[in-house]
Ligand binder design. Structure first.
Ligand SMILES: Nc1ncnc2c1ncn2[C@@H]1O[C@H](COP(=O)(O)OP(=O)(O)O)[C@@H](O)[C@H]1O
Ligand SMILES: [Mg+2]
Length: 241
C-alpha cells in the first residue's frame, strides 16, 4: 500500500462570481482535508458560501483556481470523463429539496441510480430495500414521493444518495426544509447510517447541536474556511459494505 489518501482534499480554492460588473469573492484560499470515515459539519450563515463549496467539492462547479483531489485523484478542472466517473462512483449528494423522480416509487428511486451504474436489478433491489429499511421506511417502499411526508421524502433521498456506495457524502442542509422535530430525527438517522457504512461526509447545517455530533466542525468566514472544533479523529473499524 502506498501512503494513505484522503477522501477529499481542497487546496487553495478560490471562487469568484461576477454579479453585474462586481466580482463577488465567495471562497478565498479554502483548504480542507477529509479523511476516510470522517464526518465534518460545515456551518455558517446564509450566503457565506457553503453551497458553493459543496458544489465545487462535488465536481458540479469548477473553482476559479485551486486543486481538488478525490480519493487521491486530481480533478479540479477539465477532463469531464474523470469528473463524471468520480461523481458517479465516489460521491453521493443530498440536497435541501429531495429531487426524487415523481413517477417512481421509493424503491425504484433508490434502484435506478444503481442500474445506471451497471448493477444488476436483483442486487440493486436488495440494496435499495436494505437502505430503505435502514432509513426506517419498510412500509413505504411502494409509495411515490407525493404519497410520502417531507421527512420520508428526505429519507428516500438519503437512501438514494447512498445507493452506489459512495466514499464521500455531500449534503447541503439536508433537513433544512423540515420542521425541527422531523429534521432532528432524519438527521440523526443520516448520521447513524453514515457512521455504520463507514463513508466520509461533509454536511452543511444551521443546527449547532447536530453539528456537535459530527467528528469536526468547520465554518466559512469572509471566504476562508476555519476549523472551529478539531478532533484527533482516527478512523475505526471496517467498512460496513
Ligand atoms: N452562480 C452564481 N452567480 C453569482 N453569485 C452566486 C452564484 N452562486 C452563489 N452566488 C453568491 O455567492 C454567495 C454564496 O452563496 P452560497 O454558496 O449559496 O451560500 P450559502 O450556501 O452559505 O447560503 C451568495 O452571495 C450568492 O448570492
Ligand atoms: Mg446554501
Amino acid at each position: 500500500m502506498n501512503k494513505k489518501v484522503t477522501t477529499l482534499t481542497l487546496k487553495n480554492i478560490y471562487k469568484t462570481f461576477m454579479q453585474g460588473n462586481e466580482p463577488l469573492r465567495v471562497l478565498q484560499d479554502v483548504n480542507l482535508e477529509i479523511k476516510p470515515k470522517e464526518v465534518v459539519a460545515l456551518i455558517g450563515p446564509s450566503g457565506s458560501g457553503k453551497s458553493t463549496l459543496l458544489q465545487i467539492a462535488g465536481l458540479l462547479e469548477e473553482p476559479s483556481s485551486g486543486e481538488i483531489f478525490i480519493n487521491g485523484e486530481e480533478c479540479s478542472v477539465g477532463n469531464d470523463t474523470i469528473r463524471t466517473s468520480l461523481r458517479r462512483d465516489y460521491l453521493g449528494f443530498v440536497y435541501q429539496y429531495h429531487n426524487l423522480l415523481p413517477d417512481f416509487d421509493a424503491l425504484e428511486n433508490v434502484i435506478l441510480p444503481q442500474l445506471i451504474s451497471g448493477v444488476t436489478y436483483k442486487d440493486a433491489k436488495q440494496k435499495a430495500s436494505w437502505l430503505l429499511h435502514r432509513m426506517g421506511l419498510d412500509e413505504r417502499e411502494h409509495h411515490r414521493p407525493a404519497e410520502l411526508s417531507g421527512g420520508e421524502q428526505q429519507r428516500v433521498a438519503i437512501a438514494r444518495a447512498l445507493a452506489n456506495t459512495p466514499k464521500l457524502l455531500l449534503a447541503d442542509e439536508p433537513t433544512g426544509n423540515l420542521d425541527p422535530n422531523t429534521a432532528d430525527n432524519v438527521f440523526l438517522t443520516l448520521l447513524d447510517v453514515v457512521k455504520e457504512t463507514g463513508l466520509s461526509a461533509l454536511i452543511a447545517t444551521h443546527n449547532i447541536d447536530l453539528a456537535h455530533k459530527m467528528d469536526r466542525e468547520v465554518t466559512l468566514k469572509d471566504g476562508k474556511l476555519i476549523d472551529i472544533r478539531a478532533t484527533n479523529f482516527i478512523a475505526k473499524g471496517e467498512n460496513f459494505y
